[in-house]
Design a protein. Structure first.
Length: 377
């Protein structure tokens, strides 16, 4: 009988180089202007990113193990009690092998048992929202919503970090942690939002100065942190803008206040998370545990991360979805400097870590390719 050749893993140098290469895969304004971005979006997606499947995680322990850790008895004794119907979970009879989660109530012989549940790990999805979807769980007009494409969580629900209006596409973050979502949206942290904007007509020097110095809108003054030209053909002109707040339709209203209609608006960055080039519209990628930790660090939270796939105690092996492939620690490169006009007398808020998101997508695809090669062997 032939023996299967040993599985090979990429060396630390190869993994580090691949992760660095992933950082260069962020959406570039030149690709938008030239049409290359839209051409990539129109190609068939052969990566299987449309599947609503999350990788398995050990965040739901088995009931008999939890009871044994609480000191009620041995695991065998707990299995016997469960089989006899003497254990209730949320006032329903438990079954052998049942898993329990954070927030469940457990009773043994009718008496509540205090058990310790670890809170679910923070998970973050980077989603490429297409035009025509609304960011709501329940739309009275029955329009398609972004949540219909997201994978189902075993516990909790996805919360969006901010919103994008119906006619805006681009990066939209989702997390299962309400605290992380609130912190990422809080004005105190001033996380930048970066957009690629196509408007009708070129801006004059006077208009550029007004957009950078501030314009009074109906809900107060607003301004761009930076504004740079991106080119374009004919009357359509592309610009790259940065803003430090997420008021409703703020980018559109700023341009419209000067008589420039916005014909296309794409969010390409939120804080240090970029829209990865190659992430199709209507698909998502799960950020790796390292990226989630960096994202939480930006807003002063302690991330509870899930173990990477293949780690001891994980039953999932290589992830079918997501971007949790373990990569050796490396020095974070500095965020690229934005060549743009800055707000006079005001220091721009820069991301505190290297841009993340693109490397998570690259890691996911490498993991899928390695799994495909092992299957062929």
């Amino acid at each position: 009988m032939s023996r299967r050749p040993p599985q090979t893993r990429p060396s630390a140098t190869e993994a580090e180089a691949a992760a660095d290469a992933g950082l260069e895969q962020a959406v570039d304004l030149d690709a938008l202007v030239s049409g290359a971005f839209d051409a990539e979006q129109d190609q068939d997606d052969d990566a299987g990113l449309h599947k609503r499947v999350l990788p398995p995680q050990e965040d739901m322990p088995k009931l008999h193990k939890v009871l044994a850790q609480a000191g009620v008895g041995s695991r065998l004794d707990m299995e016997r009690l469960i089989g006899e119907g003497r254990v209730l979970v949320n006032n329903e009879p438990a079954h052998v092998g049942q898993r329990v989660k954070f927030g469940d109530t457990v009773k043994v012989n009718g008496k509540p048992v205090r058990v310790q549940f670890a809170p679910p790990p923070m998970r973050v999805l980077a989603y490429h929202k297409p035009v025509g979807e609304v960011v709501t769980h329940d739309d009275p007009q029955n329009r398609p919503t972004v949540f219909r494409r997201l994978p189902r969580l075993q516990q909790g629900k996805w919360q969006s970090v901010g919103r994008l209006d119906l006619n805006t596409e681009g990066l939209l973050l989702f997390t299962n942690s309400g605290q992380l979502a609130n912190q990422l949206m809080h004005p105190r942290f001033g996380l930048e939002r970066e957009y690629a904007v196509r408007v009708l007509g070129a801006l004059t020097d006077e208009s550029r100065e007004k957009l950078l110095n501030g314009i009074t809108l109906e809900d107060g003054p607003a301004q761009f942190l930076s504004l740079s030209e991106g080119g374009g053909e004919g009357a359509n002109c592309w610009y790259r803008v940065r803003i430090a707040e997420g008021r409703n339709r703020e980018v559109r209203r700023l341009f419209e206040a000067l008589g420039h209609a916005v014909s296309r608006l794409i969010r390409i960055r939120y804080g240090s998370v970029v829209l990865p080039r190659g992430l199709r519209r209507g698909t998502w990628v799960e950020l790796s545990p390292r990226d989630v930790t960096q994202l939480a660090d930006m807003v002063g939270l302690q991330a509870v991360s899930a173990p990477p796939p293949g780690a001891r105690g994980s039953r999932g092996g290589p992830q079918r979805r997501g971007a949790g492939t373990a990569v050796p620690p490396r020095r974070a490169p500095k965020a690229p400097q934005v060549q743009a006009d800055e707000v006079p007398g005001r220091e721009a808020v820069r991301p505190s870590a290297h841009y993340i998101g693109a490397d998570s997508l690259a890691q996911q695809r490498r993991a899928k390719e390695m799994a495909r090669k092992r299957f062929k062997r």
